[in-house]
Design a protein around this ligand. Sequence first.
Ligand code: SF4
Length: 121
Amino acid sequence: MNDETKITCILCPIGCEIRINKKNLFIIEGAKCEKGIEYSKNEVLDPKRILTSSILIKNGILPLISVKTNKPIPKDKLFNILEILKKTSVNAPVEMGEKIIRNILNTGSDIIATKTVKKSK
Ligand code: SF4
């Protein structure tokens, strides 16, 4: 069985294609720096992402407010968190950076607003 996988490093615009052995984390080729080596090992062991989405806002000048996680979260929790966000709504006004949900699904990450939405008149 082939234990090799290819990971695109997203830490800088170069976007190195790194080949890594999934079993022993041996870097086969492609990483141009230490940060990329660390990134590709983490991608194999515990891949994480910043999640961005929108939720409903009541009585606001807009119907939706954009939100994101304030820390990367495990990739395998993205779907469950999106399901929670679909059922979540907040009341206007909301300030950019305001915490909407703390420690979502015990990830240690908060859902925060990424824009300000004022109350409608
Ligand atoms: S490995 Fe280093 S040089 Fe390559 S994309 Fe990642 S951060 Fe950039």
